[in-house]
Design a protein around this ligand. Structure first.
Ligand code: GDP
Ligand code: IMO
Ligand code: MG
Length: 445
């Protein structure tokens, strides 16, 4: 079966872990959106790898492709490649880079870092917004095809000249004389063209290669970056990214038939978000979270206060245990990740939003002023020991703590969408496969 794996919230749901896991049953793993603003963590055989642009299937030596709607930074691509090799994994499948994918140029990164959007929206400063802007302009955009074609030098020169005012305004070019602009363009060309020959063997057309593979019965997993709430159309605008993060976007942007895919959405057991933007169910405040240091832990007394109802401390505890430090389509099944992080912490789930006496179970377009309405039920289960976690993996879903199962069951009842996988740790094997995808279970043993 072919699957599209997307994040259900604001990113960092654990897509990397799940894509790596499910890749066992796929011939191809294809990235369809975003760019190196993504960070997908895989922990396999005790080794952690964080991939920014290479599809997670590369860890299992699957064929991988990067689609035409991905913003492509060649520097990150080779850094990812080297990181995988250094971690001891063998890359032996095909690698396909779509010729239509747009390049992230060094000036996009500089414009993102120095531009208004990075502060206002809290972007990742990887140049995604400026590259997307150029793509939409159709006059100042540069594709992978341009990089490997003979006129790359002229194209860079023309684009830099067209952008000179913007680059000068942002302090990327100083002075702005013709000589300075030419020298800047020559530097950019030299920096980027060194990748042209290196990527040449990988360049092709996803629409043709992937559809031919599907027609031959090869299986495919489409790996989403970011999450549905960061989608440029359906997300929490303006605090979103610059591409489509939903399953419909995957099919449209790759040029494959959506009907051939089932949609697997990764829902972290508790939503988090990085960057700016409203977050109605936030525990504590983003400003406090930013001041927190990595490795900081709650004291036993603080944990007791959190259990007794201090939501500020509860939020801090979840952030610490979950290591949460910045690193509108139908859904067929949920994958719930990081539910282990909620162990030992009593919580209630938000079931609606309320503003000025108005209540809705729909997700408001502009979240400002909307407060969460919590359900009556409080969920709680004891911390699981490593031994208990291993036993749950061994014995399956029924062996999970009752409170955890209650939470999962209520999520299924509320959404009418089944859960196929429950993830209880970052390691590939710390996974419980429920009902469907049984084939993958053999791989876990
Ligand atoms: P992605 O962007 O959706 O791929 O997610 P990230 O890799 O950015 O962030 C997810 C983090 O949670 C990573 O550090 C993972 O190793 C970790 N993780 C994934 N699944 C689980 C899980 O079930 N439990 C715990 N405790 N950590 C997990
Ligand atoms: P993965 O794939 C979490 C957020 C940024 C910012 C907004 C816009 O690892 O889940 P951008 O640089 O895209 O212009 O930033 O989107 N953002 C992410 N947040 N995970 C991601 O990717 C993200 N990619 C972008 O924090 O709020
Ligand atoms: Mg991430």
């Amino acid at each position: 079966m072919n699957s599209i794996v997307i994040g259900a919230y604001w990113g960092d749901e654990g897509k990397g872990k799940i894509v790596d896991l499910l890749a066992a049953d796929s011939d191809w793993v294809v990235r369809f959106n975003g760019g190196d603003n993504a960070g997908h963590t895989i922990v396999a055989n005790g080794t952690q790898v964080i991939l920014h642009i290479l599809p997670a299937g590369v860890i299992q030596s699957k064929n991988v492709a990067i689609g035409p709607d991905v913003f492509f930074n060649p520097k990150t691509f080779f850094a990812d490649y080297d990181a995988v090799v250094k971690a001891g994994f063998r890359i032996s499948g095909k690698i396909l880079l779509d010729e239509r994918a747009h390049l992230i140029m060094p000036y996009h990164v500089a414009l993102d870092a120095g531009g208004a959007a990075s502060g206002k929206l809290g972007t990742t400063k990887r140049g995604i917004g400026p590259a997307a802007k150029d793509k939409a302009s159709r006059t100042e955009d540069i594709t992978i095809y341009d990089l490997i074609s003979g006129n790359f030098k002229d194209k860079v020169k023309a684009v830099v000249a067209a952008k000179a005012f913007e680059l000068e305004k942002c302090g990327v070019i100083k002075g702005g004389s013709e000589k300075e602009i030419s020298a800047y363009a020559a530097g950019i060309h030299a920096e980027c063209s060194k990748y042209a020959e290196k990527i040449m063997p990988y360049v092709g057309s996803c629409a043709y290669v992937l559809n031919e593979a599907l027609a031959m019965g090869e299986t495919m997993l489409l790996e989403g970056a970011q999450g549905s709430l960061l989608d440029i159309v359906h997300g929490t605008r303006p605090y979103v990214t610059s591409s489509n993060c939903t399953a419909g976007g995957a099919a449209a942007n790759l040029g494959v038939d959506l009907r051939k895919f089932k949609v697997v959405a990764i829902a972290k057991a508790y939503p988090t978000r990085v960057g700016e933007g409203e977050f109605p169910t936030e525990l504590g405040s983003y400003e406090d979270a930013k001041k927190e240091k990595k490795g900081e832990r709650l004291t036993a007394a603080e944990k007791k206060k959190a259990v007794d109802g201090d939501l500020q401390l509860l939020g801090k505890w979840i952030r610490q245990d979950g290591s949460e430090f910045g690193a509108t389509n139908g859904v067929d099944e949920w994958v719930i990740t990081k539910i282990d992080v909620l162990s030992g912490k009593p919580f209630k789930a938000a079931v609606a939003y309320e503003k000025d006496g108005r209540k809705t179970t729909r997700f408001p377009f502009q979240l400002k002023g909307w407060k969460p309405v919590y359900g009556k039920k409080e969920y709680f289960w004891q911390q699981m020991t490593e031994k208990e976690k291993s036993a749950a993996v061994e014995n399956g879903y029924d062996a999970l703590p009752q409170g955890m199962k209650d939470y999962i069951r209520d999520m299924v009842a509320a959404t009418q969408i089944p859960v196929s996988i429950v993830s209880i740790g970052p390691e590939r094997g710390m996974t419980i496969i429920k009902d469907v995808l049984k084939r993958t279970k053999a791989y876990l043993q």
